[in-house]
Design a protein around this ligand. Structure first.
Ligand code: G6P
Length: 367
């Protein structure tokens, strides 16, 4: 197995670095020039997409966070209602499913027991079911009507990295399929396709921040609690950042939408609890900055991944890593990478078993 890791110390690091190539793999054959090739979803897909009036996403773990990001995209670009829920809850409650719902099950493995059970539970009550999955021939792919493979290649590290970003791209492709039937112009579609095709190069640039992030990670090694903040579609990215940190470094990490700070977590803030923020330069940045000032005012130490060199500067109590400019809809995909690297380096400093964290399994096939 050592050989398969190539020059990398862990599979997780290798998989983080594979992401530019994985972006190419998930887009290959799915876009042509400036548009989506929706045949990629299967021959029956077009007729299904024509009828979809709402979307229900189901998943567990990291895949659930991908679903949470997609909700922002689907409601904004396709303008149809989209719900997201963890499969373990959904399967056991009396759910109301709107007419003509497309059920999307997200799973790296395609074998997660709760996701499969949730699918079986409601399959007969939805318009159609779509699997977004990384394992061809998995139970999920066999049991859904439509499928879109993420083509990320085998993921060995228990903490999911490349599977997540490839799911996000697959979800954006799904969003385009729905949105082009609900007013998205071909110009808008072309712009998004260009943005997707630019991901490999942009990811390469982000990976160059690795040594800066490694240096930043030292501040976390002795800490017992951390808070991750984001707003909009970066809130699920903050959740995923917190999940990564707890999974592999065993440091308690929570994520909050920054606007909720004053409804609780501010009470926890002190210099012993580092606060990580994902802060791209978008229309929510001023709001987020105001939230970060609330943290600073209470002595909290900030670690900011910033898209705006001008307005967020390194100073006492604020460590900043500046990211290159990225297009708005791609923010959640790209801002994920520095958070993956952060948790990786913290775990390495702590000496944990990065690829096989204690008590966790790659695929949870029993309830
Ligand atoms: C386990 C893994 C996670 C994964 C989750 C869902 O908890 O450790 O990395 O996100 O299962 O797995 P799935 O294969 O359904 O995406």
């Amino acid at each position: 197995a050592a050989a398969e890791k190539g020059p990398f110390k862990h599979f997780m690091l290798k998989e983080i670095y594979e992401q530019p190539q994985v972006m190419r793999q998930v887009l290959e054959g799915r876009v042509y020039k400036d548009h989506l090739l929706e045949q990629a979803f299967g021959v029956a897909a077009a007729e299904v997409f024509d009828q979809v009036k709402s979307v229900q996403l189901l998943a567990c773990g990291t895949s659930y966070h991908a679903g949470m990001v997609a909700r922002y995209w689907i409601e904004e670009l396709a303008g149809i209602p989209c719900h997201v829920e963890v499969a373990s809850e959904f399967r056991y409650r009396s759910v109301v499913i709107p007419q003509d719902t497309l059920l999307i099950c997200l799973s790296q493995s395609g074998e997660t027991a709760d996701t499969l059970a949730a699918l079986r539970e409601v399959k007969g009550r939805v318009l159609s079911s779509l699997a977004i999955c990384n394992v061809p021939g998995s139970s999920l792919v066999r049991e859904t009507d439509l499928s879109l493979m993420t083509n990320a290649g085998p993921e060995i590290g228990v903490a999911s990295t490349k599977a997540f970003t490839s799911q996000l791209v697959a979800l954006m492709l799904t969003t385009l399929a729905l949105a082009r039937r609900h007013g998205l112009s071909s110009e808008q579609e072309a712009e998004i396709v260009q943005n997707l095709l630019a991901l490999p190069e942009q990811m390469q640039d982000l990976l160059k921040l690795d040594s800066q992030i490694e240096e930043m990670s030292q501040a976390f090694a002795e800490k017992h609690h951390t808070l991750f903040l984001g707003r909009g579609s970066l809130y699920p990215v903050a959740m995923e950042g917190a999940l990564k940190l707890k999974e592999i470094s065993y440091i308690h990490a929570e994520a909050y939408p920054a606007g909720e700070l004053k409804h609780g977590p501010l009470a926890l803030v002190d210099k012993e609890m580092p606060v990580v923020a994902v802060a791209p330069k978008n229309s929510m940045l001023d709001k987020l900055k105001a939230n970060l000032q609330e943290v600073r005012a209470r002595g909290g130490e900030l670690f900011v991944f910033s898209g705006d060199r001008q307005s967020i500067q390194q100073e006492e109590g604020i460590s900043v890593i500046s990211l290159p400019p990225v297009s708005r809809l791609m923010e959640p995909i790209l801002y994920t990478l520095p958070l993956q690297l952060l948790s990786y380096h913290v775990a390495v400093i702590k000496g944990t078993d990065v690829d096989q964290p204690r008590n966790l399994a790659k695929s949870v096939t029993v309830e």
